[in-house]
Design a protein around this ligand. Structure first.
Ligand code: PEP
Ligand code: MN
Length: 345
């Protein structure tokens, strides 16, 4: 439930609404906004009688949030969430933010070469898994903490921000010390103890859509993060299971305008996992930018044929540079801009 205040409501009128909600044994959350201020009721408010609130001075209206999720909804917060990073970079604003790098951190030479290549082509985030969720327990599982140290080294050298995946709550404890954004992978989208822990970190979280998850389920998983107090959530469409073996997954680009309508959270697209084949990555990256994605996550490897994971879908550096050029033109055509890297420190 949302108590929307009149434009000229005073601070004491807002305080009175908060007190009334708390007297009802519920938790109130202040929601200042550009268009209007509101006070949200957090928790299960299904049976709450709103009439004592609607009569209070300064109250414009009381809205029952119609979706099963609340804090992630546009009803709750009409203004889009913009997540700001040092150096002026923002996700959820006008700029399209590109994250690129290998599937996994494999060695110092590999991650530094990848970082330099994606930075030179114009990416602003370096991606790379140190803890890999692999279908087979015998596949390369990542370098663990050593991988995080190598990512930190690559950040120092290139000025790129770092995004990397946490597989479990202990991984969040470690990764929040190294990364600028903590990734929760498709396989973990409904790992609720991980979501709760990631909701308590101060770092932004990139939440990928599960390969069999609906958009509503994605938003409900994001709700876990907001409910724990983390407002800085970036969603990621990475493809859902299709029926055609010709594509590894089916990149659901409709999810981008749909999420923008339903939620104030930014959403990026991952055309690498979303297609599973190198030759389909650039066309779907272009389409994602055209569809309004707030960013892209692209797998790039200095030598894709030697990658320890996801080599078939990884772009070589020159292919990524071409993708960036095309995406810049498409972003401009729809009144946006691909975010530029900061000056090298
Ligand atoms: C990844 O980004 O490395 C990854 C494993 O992606 P997903 O969780 O979307 O499969
Ligand atoms: Mn991968």
């Amino acid at each position: 439930m949302l108590v929307v205040m009149e434009r000229n409501a005073t601070a004491s009128e807002i305080r009175r609404v908060v007190a009334a909600i708390e007297e009802m044994g519920l938790e109130a959350r202040l929601l200042p906004g550009k268009q209007r201020s509101a006070v949200g009721i957090v928790g299960n408010d299904g049976s709450v009688d709103a009439s004592p609130l609607s009569g209070l001075p300064g109250v414009l209206e009381v809205i029952h949030v119609t979706q099963p999720y609340k804090q992630v909804s546009r009803e709750w917060k009409p203004d889009g969430t913009v997540i700001r990073f040092p150096g002026g970079l923002a996700i959820g604003g006008d700029d399209v933010v590109v994250m690129a790098g290998p599937c996994a951190v494999e060695s110092e030479a590999q991650i530094l070469a990848a970082a330099r290549a994606v930075r030179d082509a114009g990416a602003v985030f370096l991606r790379g898994g140190a803890f890999k969720p692999r279908t087979s327990p015998y596949s390369f599982q990542g370098l663990g903490k050593k991988g995080l140290e190598l990512l930190a080294k690559a950040r120092e050298e290139t000025g790129l921000l770092v995004v990397t995946e946490a597989l479990d709550p202990a991984g969040v404890d470690l990764i929040e010390r190294y990364a600028d954004v903590i990734q929760i992978g498709a396989r973990s989208m409904q790992n609720y103890s991980l979501l709760k822990r990631a909701g308590q970190t101060r770092k932004p979280v990139l939440l990928k859509r599960g390969m069999a998850a609906t958009v509503t389920e994605l938003l409900l998983s994001a709700e876990y993060l907001l409910a724990e107090g983390n407002p800085d959530i970036i969603l990621c469409e990475r493809g859902v299971r299709g029926f055609d073996a010709g594509t590894r997954y089916l990149l659901d680009l409709t999810a981008i305008p749909l999420v923008h309508r339903l939620s104030h959270l930014p959403i990026i697209a991952d055309p690498s996992h979303g297609t599973g084949h190198r030759d389909r990555v650039t066309p779907m990256a272009r389409a994602a930018v055209a569809a309004g994605a707030d960013g892209l996550m692209v797998e790039v490897h200095p030598t894709p044929e030697r990658a320890l994971s996801d080599g078939v879908q990884s772009l070589a550096p020159e292919q990524f540079a071409a993708l960036m050029k095309e995406c810049r033109m498409i972003a401009e055509a729809i009144g946006r801009r691909v975010a530029e890297p900061a000056e090298v420190p």
